[in-house]
Design a protein around this ligand. Structure first.
Ligand code: XMP
Length: 528
């Protein structure tokens, strides 16, 4: 048993996050290159890093540390700093941009502010070193810069490269401490992958230990170990990519000792419940408990008009229904949840002084505490695109893998004012038409989210010879980066016209269709 465990402890590289816009990208690039890499806050204790370097029982060994960029300059009073003892840890270090300037400032280099920085493409002139092995015969290579401050001089370091406005664009000390002013993690740095590869494999001597197939095998073994030979697991399955991937992984590990609960709250998209039943009960042959709670949700939502109040009603009722189902099943000690890496990082950052946002995504967040469950979170090391790859590896159908995000409160987030049967019918049918038309025209996978919304506004239309008031439906189609900001998609008029015609012809009671052209901010993606 002991042997098995040590075999699974994987070596890793850690990225100290000083708040740079590319910190996550560094982690992803290193993982793509085959090395398990984690993002940790810049103020992680030095003792924790020391323990990681020395490898404690059960923990991974840190083979190298990368210091990220930052929106701060090293001379700003509040600039984030790590312990100076980081250089005594004995493992290779690579400072990138601010990280390089911080190392220089710690070790006797001169960093100046207020001169000419560089933003965008630049040409690096470099000399031979392990870091630039195989980069180019000519000794120059295009790199991506984004810095205002400059490392002017660095006595005590060997200067490995320079660029137009960066006299010290790369340096090394004792072939162990490296710094680069440019961003190797950004695609515009043409040989960036090679430079990171050199750091990971030649300088840190990492083993290739990260691949989707290896992750899946390891995740399954870990679940088996955690749950034991007769433990039972519950999983709240929404049909989204994260909970679906979690459920299939746990099912592969412990078979029918997993029960998934799918709550039909009546706020689902058209045919959503049937798709979940088909996929998980029929194809994957999993234990799937479908709780029909449509009337309870609609009853609880009666008369509730305020957006936040609706969310609260839905969230609380969801927990009660899940709790009832769990109690009925009895004797279940574990709850599997589809937490992913960015969720974990965001909650970890919540206590850090440099954090700028906190989000809580999980509709079942309050459950583990209330029911005394032990949590199983098999995909909490993965980024969204990695989850998609794992899902593919597990045979989860493309329809689930490629679907747009759908909010926890379901169609209630798309119905302004009170949620009624009539508005639900209109929202569901019109959204289906929007999705159909996008899929048919090849737009669906190019956009972040697409749906129809409906409220209480009525507008006059002509039906046959009679004027008649009907509902006003608004189409919302946005492009976005991780939902933090969004912009409306400039769809061709012909496509919008087709959607509009179909909605007024096929969805009873609709007279007008409009297109939402507000960005986020100031609007949000969902209207409620
Ligand atoms: P907003 O409307 O705030 O939405 O711009 C940002 C993203 O989050 C989704 N969303 C939710 N997801 N539970 C969820 O799991 C929720 O309560 C929730 N509210 C909004 C929304 O669809 C968009 O992708």
């Amino acid at each position: 048993m002991q042997e098995e465990r040590s075999e699974r402890e994987k070596d890793k590289v850690v990225v100290l996050d000083f708040g740079g816009q590319y910190s996550h990208l560094i982690v992803r690039r290193c993982r793509e290159l085959g090395v398990y890499t984690e993002l940790v806050p810049y103020d992680v204790s030095i003792t924790e890093l020391e323990r990681g370097v020395q490898r404690n029982r059960g923990a991974s060994k840190i083979r190298g540390i990368i210091l990220s960029g930052s929106p701060f300059g090293v001379h700003e009073p509040d600039s984030p700093r790590c312990s100076t003892r980081i250089v005594d840890l004995g493992v290779p270090l690579l400072g990138i941009c601010y990280g390089a300037q911080l190392l220089a400032a710690m070790l006797g280099g001169v960093v100046t502010t207020g001169g000419k920085g560089e933003f965008g493409r630049s040409e690096l002139m470099f000399t031979d070193s392990a870091l630039f092995e195989g980069v180019s015969e000519a000794g120059t290579t295009p790199v991506w810069m984004s810095h205002g401050d400059v490392i002017e001089r660095f006595e005590g370091a060997e200067i490995l490269g320079s660029a137009a406005n960066a006299p010290v664009a790369a340096f090394q000390i004792h072939e162990r401490i490296y710094g680069v002013q440019f961003h190797p993690e950004v695609h515009h740095t043409e040989m960036g992958d090679r430079i990171l590869w050199n750091f990971l494999y030649s300088i840190c001597d990492c083993e290739r230990n990260w691949s989707i197939a290896a992750f899946v095998a390891e995740a399954i073994t870990k679940i088996r170990d955690a749950v034991g030979l007769d433990g039972k697991v519950l999983c709240g399955l929404s049909g989204g990519i994260d909970s679906s991937t979690t459920a299939v992984l746990v099912n592969k590990a412990i078979g029918d000792r997993l029960t998934c609960i799918f709550v039909d709250n009546g706020l689902l998209r058209e045919a959503e419940r049937e798709e979940v039943e088909n996929t998980f009960r029929k194809s994957f042959k999993m234990n799937l408990l479908v709780v029909d709670a449509k009337s309870r949700f609609l009853e609880a939502l009666k008369g509730v008009k305020d957006a936040e109040a609706k969310r609260k009603v839905i969230g609380e009722l969801f927990i009660i229904i899940f709790e009832e189902a769990a109690q009925k099943l009895g004797n279940v000690a574990f709850l599997a949840q589809g937490t992913i890496y960015p969720d974990r990082i965001e909650s970890a950052k919540a206590g850090s002084a440099k954090s700028s946002r906190i989000k809580s995504h999980h509709n079942v967040g309050a459950l583990p505490e209330r029911l005394g469950f032990t949590l199983i979170e098999p995909i909490d090391e993965l980024y969204k695109d990695e989850v998609r790859e794992v899902a593919k590896d597990l045979g989860i159908p493309a329809q689930i893998r490629n679907q747009h995000p759908f909010p926890g409160p379901g169609l209630a987030a798309r119905i302004m004012g009170e949620v009624t049967e009539e508005k639900l019918r209109i929202c569901r049918a019109a959204s289906r038409i929007v999705e159909d038309e996008l899929k048919r025209s090849g737009w669906y996978e190019k956009v972040w989210q697409a749906f129809a919304t409906v409220g209480d506004d009525l507008a006059t239309g002509v039906l046959g010879d009679a004027r008649k008031e009907g509902r006003l439906v608004t189409i919302r189609v946005v492009e976005s980066k991780e939902a933090m900001t969004a912009d409306f998609v400039k769809l061709p008029y012909e496509l919008l016209e087709r959607m509009s015609n179909r909605i007024t012809n096929e969805v009873k009671g609709v007279t007008w269709v409009t297109y939402a052209i507000s960005s986020k901010p100031p609007a949000t993606i969902e209207p409620c």
